[in-house]
Design a protein around this ligand. Structure first.
Ligand code: ADP
Ligand code: ADP
Ligand code: MG
Length: 446
């Protein structure tokens, strides 16, 4: 059973078909005309449009799985993919959860605890507090050791939300209260921890796979430094900012963590890198497939969703390590239904024209089609353009052609922003960091 929607649900249906597995998808009332509905062997409507009434209803999902005779649940990304209770329920009711065991999700979902676990395996973490706090007074005491500027992060946070920068001690109390309140309402947990805030870092993450028996492999890194408000816009591999010796150390750290915790399935270990010192620090582990996984697929020539199913089916990994030989350069652009020239406001509506790019080294993952109505209820991402070339120059040349030829009418998308961004000298010359879009590119490109 595929417990998701959009391109990732569609991709999971395709993997099932390729592997000879029967599939059941689920959909909300708003998603009746979505391809993950008609391409699955069966699809069941689980409720109204709103996620809380459909894709987030653990009990309804498990009921469907039972009634249709499924034996495994595929969570994708977002929704319940990092919900430990859901994974535990799947386990308890005898379904294979296509991901790690519930205990791993729980441990890593507490980002403060994840830091502690990373330290156990000698993975460098961002200097910060040892625990998370609900009391502003206790947190302020810990802030003395961390120093300023510092970053407040929700222990249960995700998706770039629940983070606040504090520049000076005088602002600590009020900012802490804001962060904690926001965390409480977004994640149902007001606990906040502290990290030293780095003004100009890159986001580097490592794709890992584990078999749950202590074997773990890495499939190289991805550089996701082009972000807007802590949300990724462009991801690429290899990172143009890593010396090979640093790359090796960062990958070793990620594998040590994944192997150390006996990780099962696909996961991503995220780091920030200070390019002036080559120091890197663990920030979190995402215990699921990531939006940007095709960047890695392009370079290693493996289908990671297929592999998720195969590992869930009990396949072991050691023989895989020998066939992984990353090659070329890959870049992904997130196409969101947003009006980038107007503060990236959501732009749902009917796709009057939709001609996604194609060609050698050009891949477009999407569940949209001409005439499709982009619903206003879910994440705004409606497609991902992935280009793969022999080197960065080559990949960028393909991206330019692809973005130029991409026709969308009826809604606004971020494709136009990407087209401008790739011609910016800072992007071309690797002078970007995670706040570059917010403090520089936004002003110059809009
Ligand atoms: P992160 O931002 O946590 O590092 P990703 O970049 O892989 O991880 O994106 C995960 C995000 O994708 C979620 O936080 C959510 O905003 C978004 N999302 C969740 N479900 C879907 C979906 N079905 N289609 C598109 N986007 C989704
Ligand atoms: P989320 O769970 O929301 O994905 P992360 O901990 O992965 O949260 O952080 C999201 C982004 O915020 C990172 O990709 C990076 O750009 C930025 N960030 C996180 N920690 C720090 C830090 N200590 N200093 C500077 N930037 C950071
Ligand atoms: Mg993250």
């Amino acid at each position: 059973m595929i417990a998701n929607r959009g391109e990732i649900a569609l991709r999971a249906v395709r993997s099932c078909r390729a592997l000879g597995l029967a599939s059941v998808s689920v959909h909300s009332e708003a998603d009746r005309a979505a391809p993950h509905v008609w391409l699955a062997d069966q699809s069941i409507c689980i409720g109204p449009a709103t996620s809380t009434q459909s894709y987030l209803r653990a009990d309804a999902l498990l009921h469907v799985a039972k009634e249709t005779g499924c034996d495994a649940v595929y969570p994708g990304y977002g929704f319940l993919s990092e919900n430990a209770e859901f994974a535990a329920k799947c386990e308890a009711e005898g379904f294979v959860f296509v991901g790690p065991i519930a205990g791993t999700i729980r441990d890593m979902g507490d980002k403060s605890k994840a830091r502690e676990i990373a330290m156990r395996f000698d993975v460098p973490v961002v200097p910060g507090s040892e625990t998370a706090f609900v009391s502003a007074t206790d947190a302020e005491a810990a802030s003395k050791e961390v120093g300023y500027p510092l970053l407040l992060k929700a222990r249960s946070g995700g998706g770039g939300r629940g983070m606040r920068v504090v520049n000076k001690a005088a602002d600590f109390g009020t900012t802490f209260a804001d962060a904690s309140r926001e965390a409480e309402s977004a994640f149902g947990d007001g606990a906040v921890y502290l990290e030293r805030y780095f003004e100009e870092v890159r986001h580097i993450e490592v794709q890992v796979f584990g078999d749950g028996a202590g074997n773990a492999i890495a499939m190289g890194e991805r550089d996701c430094s082009v972000q807007r408000r802590h949300q990724k816009l462009i991801e690429e591999a290899p990172s143009p900012a890593l010396a090979s010796e640093v790359r090796e150390r960062i990958i070793t750290s990620a594998v040590d963590l994944a192997a150390g915790i006996g990780y099962r399935g696909a996961g991503t270990v995220e780091f920030i890198l200070d390019p002036t010192t080559d120091e890197f620090f663990f920030i979190e582990m995402n215990t699921r497939i990531q939006v940007e996984h095709p960047v890695t697929e392009a370079r290693v020539g493996l289908d990671l969703v297929d592999l998720q199913f195969r590992v869930a089916g009990g396949e072991t990994l050691p023989n895989l390590a020998s066939i992984i030989q990353p090659g070329g350069h890959a870049i992904e652009f997130r196409v969101n239904a947003e009006d980038w020239s107007n503060g990236f406001t959501p732009s749902p509506g009917r796709l009057k024209k939709w001609r996604p790019p194609t060609g050698q080294g050009v891949r477009f993952d999407s569940a949209a089609y001409e005439g499709y109505q982009v619903p206003p209820y879910y994440d705004s991402m409606i497609g991902k353009l992935i280009v793969h070339g022999k080197d960065r120059e080559d990949a960028l040349a393909k991206a330019r052609v692809a973005l130029d030829g991409f026709v969308v009418e009826g809604i606004e998308t971020t494709a136009g922003f990407h087209r401008r961004l790739i011609d910016h000298p800072d992007f071309q010359n690797n002078r970007v960091h995670t706040r570059w879009v917010d403090i520089k590119a936004m002003k110059e490109l809009t």
